[in-house]
Structure formats: C-alpha cells, structure tokens
Ligand binder design. Structure first.
Ligand code: AHR
Length: 533
C-alpha cells in the first residue's frame, strides 16, 4: 500500500470510530440464566399516582369546559397519553393532601359540595372531583384503583364508612348513599393504604410510630370487618433527613402491624441539585439499599407473624420520582405547584429505578410513579395541548412489555465511585463505591421471551458488551428499543421530542449463546429476544 492509501485508510478508520462514539476499552459481560430466578414480576410495579395537588387533577387529567375534554370533563389528549403508559394501578387522592381530606366532601351533587382550604399545598379545593369521578377515570384508562385513607385528621370510623360507600352492595347507610348518588354497583376497591407519610413532621396529624400503628391497626380492623377481601398498605418511612430514624419507624410499624397489613409503603425522591451527573446516576442504588434493609426487617417479623394463610408483607414503593427543582415554598404552593420539567438524565434515573424494582421482584410488588399529570409527572399539559416528558419513555417500555420472572443477572463492567452527596433537597446523603456503568435487569417469560434492560450510565462512551445465555441459546433476532437524546440535559417540550424511544435495527442472535452489543453513551436500551432451552 502506498503512503497516500495508508493515510486514507487511517483517516477512514478514525472517522468510523468517531461515528460509533468512543468505546470503553473493557469488554463488559452480562450473563443471564433462565434457571436462576428472583421472583415473579408483579404487574402493579407499573402504577401511578393522582393527588389533589397543583394541576394534577384540575387542569391535568380533568378540565371540564375545555374543547379538549370529553363529556366527563376528562382531557382526551392526556387520557390517550395515560393509556400509552398501560398504568396498572393508580393511587388516590394523596399524598399529603389526604391527611386532611374528608371523602364525604367529594361525593353527591357537585353544586352542593363544600369548597375547602387545602392546607397541604395551599389551594382552594372545590371537591368537584371526588370518589366517583376518580372511579370513572380508572374505568376510562382501564386501571386498578388504590385508595388512601386519612390517618391524620380523619377518624377510623370515616375510613370504615368509605369502604362501606365503595364496596358494600346494598343495605347500610353509605352503600345506599352511593346508590342514591347514581352508582348502583359497588366498586370493590381492593387496595387501601392506611395514611400517607405519617413519619414526616410535615404531615398533618403526624404521629410517632407507636401511635400511628395503634390507629392504623384499629382502622384496619373496621375496614376489614366491612370488606374482608381488601388489601392494606402500612405507611412506611419517607423521612430520610439526617435527624430521622427511618428504619426504626419501619421496624416498629412492621412489628405492630405484622399480622394485619399486606404491604409496607416506602417513598423516595431524588435529584441533582449539585449538577453532578455521576452522583445522580447512582441514586437508584440507594433505593435498592433501602429495599434490602426493609426486606430484612420484613423477614425478621414474618418469622413471628400470624398471617392466617395470607402472603407475607411486600414492599410498595408507592411514591418515587425525581423532584428537586420545584421545591421552594413558592413552587410547592398553589395551582402551579411541583411542575418539574425533565431531561434525559432524569429518564435514565427512572430506568434505573425500574431496573431496581425488577431486580427485587421477590419483595417489591407495587410501585407508583408520582404523579400522573403536570405535578412531577410524565405528562405535561396546558390549555392548548400536552407533551410527553422524557421520563414517560422508559416507564412506557417497561409497562408495556416487561413481565414474567425476574432473573438473577451477572454483570461485569467498569465502575466508578461517587462523592458524598445529597440525594436531593432535604434528603439524606449517600456515597457509593463501585457503581457499575451498566445497570441491568432481565426477565424471562414462559413463551421464551427474554427482556434485557440496560442503562449505560457512561456520559461519553459506548460500552461493548457480551450478552451470554447460560441455559439455552438465543434464537432469532433481538428487537432493540433505545431511549436517548442529543445530550443528558435535553428536554422535551410542546411540539419537540428530542428524547424518546427509537426502535433500532434488530440484533441477529440465531442459535448463539453469546452475542455482542454496544450500548451507546447515556442511553437506556431494552433488548427483546428469545431463548430456547
Ligand atoms: O408527591 C408529592 C408529595 O410527596 C406527596 O404528597 C407526599 O406524600 C410526598 O411527600
């Protein structure tokens, strides 16, 4: 080869390498084995949350009089986007809101419902949207309702009467009241949480763990006497500020309610207040650490519990998301509260949370992204229209596809250490060593379908990875779905979707037990393939 040709070849090679993005030197490995299972993936992992807060209900999912709404007042564009998320369960009506909410204010003829001062988020609550409107919404989107009762300023009697109103067919006063309101059939609402974040000093009616457990146990007794088939969720820890003792709260609540409840609820919000990408990317691992700690507490009390044939207690991460921008007193108040706008790095953290739920599918049996519209939400609406935020896309991919059995995945890749950092505003600190650049979960279904979900946390480099099946070989091709964008700060907006899911060329795997794939920098990839034993 002459000098000119050699020069040309070198330039060509460099151009090829640049177009694929720099690749980490190490070849990473992901091994999956369909015989090594963690647990069944519960459909309720793909839940959401609607709270009377800011524009989540009014001006979000519900806007009577808008040309974009249907005859029920439901925003049709928002409803279509919600349907795209295949939401399995929706928690309602709060949140901090529920701790001073009296459900009877929100039933009966709308014109007769009292307007109330809403003290959690400083609004006027018209009560035009209540139990029956929410149930109509659940029907419209085809989801399971999950109600939260007021354990703050509410009474155990009021909680019982709500179950009677919604779940008893006929006879007693509140069942008949529902019929009088025009709803002859009971709703049979199965999931009920016993209050919200009662460990938080900000909660109206905040209590210590002993007092909460006592009230929750008595409420549970009355609610179950009314409908024995309901599933109950205890309020676990949400307060991780430096002076709090969240695991002690969880320990007491689990001890006191070990025979009674079906789930313990945990909440977590993270953020990137210091603008440190790599610290932020590691935050789902803190959620996973907390999951392991609570699982240990559950295992310990279950060994002494009298469950009368019921399943053990599971974890419901019934609020999780990224929330740190709209967190000042002004941005947490009034009709435009918590209107966080999301970027690509936020979407990758959400994919990390979902991977963590799947990896712990034996104990995490419910999860609810907070919230559905406008308020720290995957869907953002104004009077003129809506758009899907970046965090919509990983949630959609999981919710529409990832089912079956979670597998115990082996991952070998480069790692990084974080600094000591705040997880978000008002949160505790963390420091993590050896955070893998690849965050992985995998599931397997009886029909042979396998899903491998991978976040490449590396900001600049693609990671070339061997995917290895240890029992059986891959067959056919992998479908490849990728959530990515031009840079980690890219945001979606009205008419602009730089961050979204792109279906890429399939990855041929036929008959091989090992294939190689290069995960692009700052991406979430879902690979859907098949394994034949
Ligand atoms: O989702 C917003 C708020 O966050 C909820 O009302 C509360 O439960 C949590 O602190």
């Amino acid at each position: 080869m002459n000098a000119k040709a050699t020069k040309f070849s070198v330039i060509f090679l460099v151009l090829c390498l640049l177009s694929a993005g720099p690749v980490l030197a190490q070849n990473a490995r992901i091994k999956i084995d369909i015989d090594r299972s963690v647990g069944k993936v519960d459909e309720l992992l793909y839940g959401n949350f609607v709270e009377h807060l800011g524009r989540c209900v009014y001006g979000g999912i519900y806007e009577p009089g808008s040309p974009l709404s249907d005859e029920n007042g439901f925003r049709k564009d928002v409803l279509e986007a919600v349907k795209g998320l295949d939401v399995s369960i929706v928690r309602y009506p709060g949140g901090n809101f529920v701790s001073n909410y009296h459900w009877k204010d929100g039933v009966g003829p709308a014109a007769e419902r009292p307007a109330r001062m809403e003290l959690a988020w400083n609004r006027l609550e018209s009560n035009h949207f209540g139990t029956n409107e929410f149930m109509a919404y659940c029907k419209a989107i085809g989801t399971e309702p999950y109600f939260s009762v007021n354990m703050g300023t509410g009474t155990i009697e009021e909680a019982q009467q709500w179950v009677e109103y919604t779940n008893v067919k006929e006879g007693p006063y509140y069942a008949e009241l529902r019929k009088k309101h025009g709803y002859p059939e009971p709703y049979n609402i199965k999931y009920w949480s016993l209050g919200n974040e009662m460990d938080g000093f900000w909660q109206m009616g905040h209590m210590n763990a002993e007092d909460y457990s006592k009230k929750a146990r008595e409420a549970a007794k009355l609610m179950r006497l009314t409908d024995p088939s309901i599933k109950l969720v205890a309020a676990g820890s949400s307060n991780f500020r430096p002076n709090a003792n969240p695991m002690e709260w969880n320990r007491v609540v689990l001890e006191e309610l070990k025979d009674v409840v079906d789930y313990i609820a945990l909440h977590m919000y993270v953020g990137n207040p210091d603008d440190n990408y790599y610290n932020f990317m590691s935050t789902p691992l803190v959620l996973e650490q907390r999951t392991h700690l609570v699982k240990g507490l559950i295992d310990e009390v279950m060994s002494r519990a009298n469950r009368q044939g019921r399943d053990p207690i599971y974890i419901a991460w019934d609020e999780y998301n990224i929330w740190y921008r709209w967190r000042s007193s002004e941005t947490m108040s009034g009709t435009r509260a918590l209107e966080e706008r999301y970027n690509l790095e936020d979407a990758l953290v959400i994919a990390g949370f979902l991977n963590a739920f799947i990896r712990n599918a034996d104990i995490v049996k419910m999860a609810n992204m907070a919230q559905l519209a406008n308020v720290i939400a995957p869907i953002f609406a104004e009077e003129k229209g809506m758009f899907r935020q970046t965090i919509y896309f990983p949630l959609q991919l999981f919710a529409q596809q990832v089912r079956g059995t979670s597998l115990d995945v082996f991952v070998d890749c480069d790692t990084y250490d974080t600094e000591r950092f705040f997880l978000g505003l008002g949160e505790s600190q963390a420091q993590l060593d050896k955070v893998p650049y690849l965050d992985v979960s995998a599931t397997y279904q009886d029909n042979g379908d396998v899903y491998i979900c991978v976040v490449n946390r590396h900001k600049d480099k693609a990671i070339s990875t061997s995917l290895i099946s240890q029992t059986g070989a891959f067959s056919g091709s992998f479908e490849v779905y990728e959530v990515n964008g031009p840079d980690v700060k890219a945001e979606n907006d009205f008419g602009k979707e730089p961050v979204k899911t792109v279906k890429k060329d399939g990855l041929r795997a036929d008959g091989k037990a090992e294939v190689t794939y290069s995960f692009p920098a700052h991406s979430f990839t879902m690979l859907k393939g098949k394994i034949k034993r």
